[in-house]
Design a protein around this ligand. Structure first.
Ligand SMILES: Nc1ncnc2c1ncn2[C@@H]1O[C@H](COP(=O)(O)OP(=O)(O)O)[C@@H](O)[C@H]1O
Ligand SMILES: [Mg+2]
Length: 376
């Protein structure tokens, strides 16, 4: 019997045809090989539409070598493509729409604002959302700063902690604000204290050329002065059911208002960090349970709203009282956080689960729901 075939859809990083996660894919191919799943890697640029064939990147676990082979379209596609400003990305959009009828384990989600609005329709999720507005004018900024001492300004389509400002109204002043953050290229800006009118000008400038969210800031500063949050990964398992894979803490770099690993953050075990933060084992367990339930329900809800998903990472902010807030959800998560926090069994689980799910889907001939909305 022929083996089921899974194609990992990705994008080249540059014209040298380098791939960002090639070593991750190698591991997935090796694991797939053990499980009876034939896995190859391809990008939209490797698809020959008239031939209906793919000039795929294949890895041979026996020789340890990558090579190119002409392959038929796979039975299932695991889409790892993240948004990028390039012709390659436009080509991807054309691929997704032309081959919409193929079986995708996961469909693209929408931008942070649309996801926020979708969640906020449900009281179940609304309680876990920081108050958020789409920035239109200074009035939005001032409205939020009246209600919250700290706000975050972030791009609706941002990733990796880029283009994020943290604005704090200084205590004991009516209108002096502290601004810190990272530019779109992730460089840390020089922190400064500014008047309200200066702030309005800076924010107006910051938001040129894109849509930005103004969001209630959740207090996440550790006693070390660094900011932290939690990354939770939920995935569909080998029975097609959502399951928690793991959760890790992320501690930002010094002088960084974001905790992303790519911005110099480091990963720690969630239980340890959370226990230090909340002060007791009981509270930690309770919050972890609540977070798990939230993550699983959020994934199922987003899948219903936007189309098939096989995994979802949630960036969770947990305040000192143990209230949980969803800062963002990520349908194409890196798994490095588990390797970096020293949790190698969770890391492995994170790699293997999408393969187990693909096998389950193939055996059950289930077709996950197709995209429910058009991409912007
Ligand atoms: N509302 C907020 N309150 C506190 N910290 C935040 C808030 N929003 C973002 N952050 C910090 O900035 C980081 C990046 O924000 P996020 O919304 O996850 O965007 P990105 O897509 O760039 O990762 C978060 O991991 C967190 O450290
Ligand atoms: Mg994030």
């Amino acid at each position: 019997m022929p083996q089921p075939v899974l194609g990992i859809l990705t994008l080249y990083l540059n014209n040298a045809k380098q791939l960002e996660e090639q070593s991750v894919y190698r591991r997935m191919i090796i694991e797939g090989h053990r499980m009876g799943l034939d896995v190859f890697v391809f990008t939209p640029a490797d698809v020959h539409t008239s031939k209906e064939q793919i000039h795929a990147l294949v890895y041979d676990p026996n020789t340890g070598k990558w090579s190119r082979k002409w392959r038929a379209f796979p039975n299932m596609i695991y889409d790892r493509c993240r948004i990028q400003r390039s012709e390659r990305f436009q080509q991807l959009l054309r691929f997704r729409s032309r081959y919409n009828h193929l079986t995708f384990l996961n469909r693209p989600l929408r931008n942070k604002w649309t996801v926020h609005q979708t969640f906020s329709q449900k009281p179940r999720f609304r309680q876990h959302l920081p108050e958020t507005l789409l920035y239109n004018s200074s009035a939005d900024l001032l409205k939020m700063l009246k209600q919250h001492q700290v706000i975050y300004l972030k791009p609706a389509n941002g990733t990796g902690g880029r283009g994020i400002l943290r604005i704090e109204r200084l205590k004991g002043t009516r209108s002096v604000f502290d601004i810190q953050g990272r530019r779109l290229d992730r460089r840390i800006i020089t922190p400064r204290k500014v008047s309200q009118s200066r702030l309005e000008g800076i924010v107006r400038q910051w938001c040129i050329g894109g849509r930005f969210l103004v969001q209630q800031g959740i207090p996440l500063r550790l006693s070390s002065g660094r900011f932290h949050d939690y990354r939770m990964l939920v995935q569909k398992n080998g029975n097609g059911v959502w399951e928690l894979t793991g959760m890790a803490g992320r501690v930002g770099a010094a002088r960084s208002v974001t905790s992303n690993l790519h911005g110099g953050g480091h990963a720690v075990r969630a239980e340890i960090l959370l226990k230090q933060w909340l002060g007791s084992e009981e509270k930690t367990e309770k919050v972890m349970k609540t977070a798990e339930k939230l993550g699983l329900e959020a994934a199922a809800f987003l899948e219903d709203s936007f189309g098939a998903l096989c995994e979802l990472a949630l960036d969770l902010a947990i305040d000192r009282e143990g209230s949980i807030y969803v800062l963002e959800v990520n349908p194409k998560p890196a798994r490095e956080v588990f390797a970096r926090s020293g949790d190698s069994s969770t890391y492995r689980k994170a790699l293997v689960r999408p393969l187990e799910y693909a096998l389950w889907m193939y055996k059950n001939k289930t077709t996950p729901s197709s995209a429910k909305t058009t991409e912007e």
